[in-house]
Write a protein that binds this ligand. Structure first.
Ligand code: ADP
Ligand code: MG
Ligand code: MG
Length: 889
């Protein structure tokens, strides 16, 4: 720990600077930086994150060495600001603000107006000639201090405020008089005393130290822990504490407070974007209590301040070369900046801002590519509401995060969590008056969020944008009755559980479900992808089982198919009967008869896919799942009866076969290459369909590169046997058609044994494709469908840093992959003098961190679902540029 615990900032100088985020937190570092570049900031000081860590080590005690430094820094603030802390006639008031190295919006507590007491509130009233303001500030302090530092319920104070407003017959806080507020202070103090057991502390220094404690404590509050869990933040030391001279936005009509972004965080457009409120303080804009005014309007209300803000906007962007999210307060016409940080943005905005900043010359193309988080592209790949849809909008709110979402109305975050447990696949639309940090778990589960109050910078808007979730806020027409579990919009009454739709791009709200359309890749998105492709060395393929998917993936830039699952083709309505007939057949002849019916369908599918992938390789996996998956199960008598009728056997016969095929552990059962080893005619049919389709499209001028992939190989002899058989079928097809095509035969590496024996397997295999879903299951001995019971505990207790089905487990599964890749490549080279092509086709292929890993170990390609292809392209580019994959797994 460094010997300096406290860093002063004020005037045009500061002890720290913008680079010291780890030590000073983001807020503290940027306050220092702003001072240094001459932006007006109220003076203050930052207590470091190391002090927070020491606070916890010492059993929640502020280290003694820090205290004199706090006193000294406070003296400097007093000198700079020309007021004294605790002065009963003209007190310096301060805010106590949290701020970790990474921004955690709304997760930690801030206390404003600290330093007021029964004596100094009178002084403040006299000095400012504004008793209304003085008592308002005091009652806010008691509320914030009570609820944040002492654990009183904020609602208790709110209740007093509401009663007072009712008693006075007014609607707005601002309509209460000085005397009303003075009376309210007494009520607040009573609430405080009833809860805490003693009077509100009158000694400002005591207030300050308790407030510092409170900020440190909020670091381990539930909200903060939950946020860090969702955002996977693990490496931080703690929060810093910023103590800063108060400036007041609530001193009347000449004052105000606001938040803004230097560009639109929704669309990325280069406009000043934000909200402000006149005669308001601190959190008022963010809390969604009053609906604020759009920033452009400030131009007419306070033209001089507006112009100054526009200048600061330029200065900040030029300095940080990034879009900034700022907080400001105007006290009697004087502007102060209270915060700046890199602004959170939607994926759409991230792309546009990166591309436009590069075009403006603020950053270069490489920086633009590095700057967009691959996962945020999800936002551009979200379905949009069909513009041709006839469903009319019934209300309009503020478009806070783009994209369309249809879901079942749920009225609280807790209810959303409950609902998702019972109906994991049903879409949720969370409808709230406003959201708060307690709601994040439920918000995370929702497809979209709708609030009736709040502005562009409200909690709901900020959080939804961060996650790329469609969100509409401040939709005042929406009336929520949680008791009755209804939402009323004009004359419409929507019950909880009914469908409602929001358009986060336009702010519209529609009753019922609205169809969505698939996104396309154009404009800035396309530009960024072109830049990414220049940097990338890893190839990106897609997992696709149909010509339509293959086409979509090509549009998104896929350079081949890494996994085509033939069993998906078996399920088609027109062929499932033949598949079942094949399974129920008692002899090879019977099976062959049924397979002959399936073959033309398979061939046609391949013709479509090869055509869509003209010139690009297509890896086709032979049948993989256990056969029982194709039959109706025991509990489905109606299904069995239908099948019985369709293929002319008895229900008993079907159930008999189901019984025979029953397995204790199908994941490790009669599946993969084992199927074709026992029933070679299945593999023969598939290989023939592939090759005949290839011959057919080649004749039409399509460049076709089929790769036949044999699944679940553990010992090379399996591959030797099946490959020999496949080559025989292929040769026969060549003979029959008097034509040939290029092809490869390879295998999926999805068993630990295959990794270990990869040298042997590579003597036969022309390519490897890591099937990391099964490889993860088999390596851990977890069945993916059965992890629900323990995975949450594993993650919570940090037994595992992350779900290994989401991101490759580098230390275990990843090591096996490295071994398999190296042994395979070396052996292929030694034996055949050729390069063994290696890829990955598990779902990890679309996970950015896993893509980085695949790049690092030297794979040739990753394959992922069509909609993740752009994400993988960007992740691969960042990997090549040495970015990403830093997360410790
Ligand atoms: P958060 O991290 O939740 O944004 P902040 O520390 O930024 O919390 O503070 C909450 C609110 O209080 C903000 O709106 C901020 O502008 C306001 N605020 C904080 N310190 C001061 C101050 N010294 N003077 C006036 N307003 C302040
Ligand atoms: Mg806060
Ligand atoms: Mg803030």
């Amino acid at each position: 720990m460094s010997t300096k615990h406290v860093y002063y900032f004020g005037g045009k100088s500061a002890d720290g600077d913008g680079k010291m985020k780890e030590l000073l937190g983001g807020k503290g570092a940027n306050l220092a930086e702003m001072c240094k570049i001459g932006i007006p900031v109220p003076p203050g000081f930052t207590i470091t994150t190391e002090v927070c860590a020491a606070y916890y080590t010492a059993g929640k005690k502020i280290p003694a060495a820090a205290v004199p430094e706090i006193d000294a820094a406070l003296k400097k603030v007093e000198a700079e600001f020309g007021k004294t802390f605790g002065d009963p006639t003209d007190p310096l008031l301060v805010s106590v603000r949290s701020g970790a190295a990474l921004s955690m919006p709304g997760m930690m507590n801030t206390i404003l107006n600290l330093g007021l007491s029964d004596a100094s509130v009178e002084g403040l009233a006299k000095k400012t000639g504004n008793p209304r303001f003085a008592y308002d500030s005091y009652r806010r302090l008691i509320d914030m201090f009570g609820s944040t530092a002492m654990g009183c319920e904020h609602e208790k104070f709110e209740h007093e405020l509401k009663s007072m407003k009712e008693a006075k017959g007014v609607k707005l806080d601002t309509e209460l008089s000085a005397d009303d507020l003075k009376a309210l202070v007494l009520k607040y103090k009573a609430v405080y005393k009833a809860h805490v057991g003693h009077d509100f502390p009158q000694d400002p220094k005591q207030q300050l130290m308790l407030a510092i404690d409170a900020v440190f404590n909020s670091w381990n509050g539930n909200k903060a822990i939950e946020y860090r869990r969702i955002e996977r933040i693990t490496e931080l030391k703690g929060t810093a504490v910023n103590v800063q001279a108060m400036v007041f936005g609530n001193m009347g009509k000449g004052s105000g407070t606001g938040v803004a972004f230097t560009r639109d965080p929704n669309t990325g457009e280069n406009i000043f974007y934000g909200d402000y409120l006149i005669d308001a303080q601190g959190e008022d804009v963010v809390a969604g209590i009053r609906t604020p005014e759009p920033i452009a309007q400030l131009d007419s209300e306070m033209p001089r301040v507006y112009k100054q803000l526009m200048d600061i906007r330029q200065v900040l962007e030029k300095h940080y070369k990034e879009m900034q999210d700022i907080e400001f307060t105007v006290q009697d016409g004087v502007l102060y900046m209270l915060q700046t940080r890199t602004g959170k943005r939607t994926g759409t905005a991230a792309v546009r801002i990166a591309v436009e900043m590069a075009k403006e010359g603020l950053i270069d193309e490489t920086t633009a590519v590095k700057r967009v988080p691959p996962d945020s592209l999800n936002h551009l790949l979200q379905p949009q509401l069909d513009p041709k849809s006839k469903v009319a909008s019934v209300a309009k709110g503020i478009a806070a995060s783009p994209g369309g979402a249809s879901g079942k109305v749920i009225l609280s975050a807790e209810a959303a969590v409950e609902f998702a447990k019972k109906h994991p696949n049903e879409p949720i639309l969370l409808v709230r008056k406003e959201t708060s940090p307690e709601d994040v778990a439920g918000m995370h589960l929702a497809k979209g969020i709708l609030t009736s109050t709040g502005g562009k910078a409200s909690h709901a808007a900020v959080v939804a944008r961060g996650w790329g979730k469609p969100c509409v806020v401040g939709c005042e027409a929406v009336k929520i009755d949680e008791k009755a579990q209804t939402v009323t919009i004009g004359t419409y009454v929507i019950k909880a559980g009914d469908f409602l739709t929001i358009n986060g791009t336009s702010g519209d709200v529609m009753i019922g479900k609205v169809e969505t359309i698939e996104p396309t890749m154009t404009g800035d998105f396309n530009t960024l992808m072109t830049w990414a492709d220049k940097a990338r060395t890893l190839k990106i393929r897609t997992n696709a089982d149909s010509p339509a998917d293959a086409k979509k993936a090509r549009e998104f830039g896929a350079e081949g198919i890494g996994l085509c699952r033939t069993e998906h083709m078996f399920f088609g309505d027109d062929r499932i009967a033949a598949v079942r007939e094949m399974i129920l057949a008692e002899s090879e002849a019977g099976r062959k008869k049924a397979l002959a019916k399936i073959e033309p369908f398979q061939k046609n599918d391949f013709v479509g896919i090869f055509t869509a992938m003209n010139g690009y390789p297509v890896t086709i996996r032979l049948l993989d799942p256990p056969l029982h998956e194709f039959l109706p199960q025991k509990d489905n008598r109606a299904g069995a009866e239908a099948v019985a009728k369709q293929i002319g056997v008895s229900v008993e016969k079907i159930f008999e076969r189901v019984e025979e095929l029953h397995e204790m552990n199908p994941m490790m059962g009669f599946r993969g290459c084992r199927l074709s080893l026992v029933f070679p005619e299945i593999g023969d049919m598939q290989v023939r369909a592939i090759i005949e389709a290839a011959i057919e499209v080649k004749k039409k001028g399509v460049t076709v590169l089929p790769e036949i992939m044999i699944p679940l190989v553990g010992v090379v002899e399996e591959l030797t046997f099946l490959k020999k058989r496949a080559i025989a079928v292929i040769e026969e097809a060549f003979q029959k058609h008097g034509a040939t095509v290029e092809y490869q035969i390879g295998t999926m590496i999805e068993l630990p044994r295959a990794c270990v024996a990869a040298d042997k397997i590579a003597e036969e295999a022309e390519f490897f494709s890591f099937g990391t879903n099964d490889l993860t299951q088999m390596t851990f001995g977890f069945s993916r469908d059965d992890i629900k019971g323990f995975m949450p505990t594993y993650l919570e207790e940090k037994i595992l840093p992350i779900d290994p089905f989401q991101t490759i487990d580098f230390a275990g599964v990843g090591e096996l992959m490295k071994m398999g890749l190296k042994k395979g490549r070396d052996s292929r080279k030694a034996k055949h003098g050729t390069h063994l092509k290696v890829g990955i086709c598990g779902e990890h292929g679309g996970d950015p961190d896993s893509v980085v890993f695949c790049h690092q170990i030297g794979m040739d390609y990753v394959s992922c679902s069509p909609f993740r292809v752009p994400i993988a392209r960007l992740a691969a580019a960042q990997a090549a540029l040495g970015e990403g994959g830093k997360r410790d797994k």
